[in-house]
Design a binder for this molecule. Sequence first.
Ligand code: DSN
Length: 379
Amino acid sequence: MINELIEQEKIRQNKAINLIASENYASEAVKTALSSSFTDKYAEGYPGKRYYAGNKIVDELESEVKSLAQKVFHTDYHVNVQAYSGSIANLAVYYALLQPGDTFMGLELSHGGHLTHGHPVTLTGHLYKRITYHVDNKTEMLDYDEIQQLAKEHKPKLIISGASAYSRTIDFERISKIAHEVGAYHLADISHISGLVATGLHPSPFGNADIITTTTHKILRGPRGALIFCQDALSTRIDKAIFPGLQGGPHMNTIAAIGVCLEEALQPNYKTYCQTVIENASALSEELKEAGLKIVANGTDNHLFMIDLRPLGIDGNTAQNKLEAAGIIVNKNTIPFDDASPQNPSGIRIGTPAITTRGMTPEDMPELAAKIATILKTP
Ligand code: DSN
């Protein structure tokens, strides 16, 4: 039964036009590493300091993956490659650097932020006091003056930047400056744009931010996992927060697969891929605009954008379902200043990492845009 479902999912993925901004297709080499013998090994601890025997090869693997991560992001920051996911990576940073009741700042969920950036429905929302910043209500772009003003007023211990649904360039340097002026740490969560940062297609937070987290399965095209980079002075606290603070044995098969995706990201064609992701997103959003659709923040600088459905008089669920019926997979998404609930918000999010992996180029975007526009506009 399970094998049959695996086959069915493979067929579904092959047939679909996948526009989910956070998804991608990992290579066969990444999948082979995931199903390798490393899946059987327990390795609590870190290279050279394990609690079980038989870890010489594991130690070599983890050290090599750490060094690959530093190469890909052109950094000498300390790196931890063991976090099971982006949520745990962010939680580990808060656990390492904050005390319960401390204040930190993050982008409001409906303005593009992520649940793990302190939303009240998460553990972080219970443990810490979260102050949210927003996008400007006219430009729908980050309001850096508001970030500065809120930082001065609330003196947070940490400011998190980064987003799940923000289509414009993030000025990490400015946010670092704002954070450091009030004595706060700056955590940059680059999960969505990590490939763009690695290839120089988005300004990098390395050198300014104190900590940087990223998942490995989005534009990086690896397995589901995460990396935490930090300044050396924070390395012991971050490592201890992951193990033994929050996790047990690291998933060494995932770490091997992260290594494979990092090796792939070091190939020259990875930058070409990332460039095409951006060109596809830009071409698709421009075509949709010409077809009369309203794009949040009036376009995109990265791999994704949101469509504001309110002028069309349909909701996010309806749009998502109509597109899925035509084989186009997107996700409903809140948009800035949305009055509707996250269960049925007023927008959809569209991203191009997966279709670019499948070989689509800007020449394919007019036809795709026409299809999307027709579906959304047809009652
Ligand atoms: N669920 C991911 C996304 O779609 O952006 C983030 O965790």
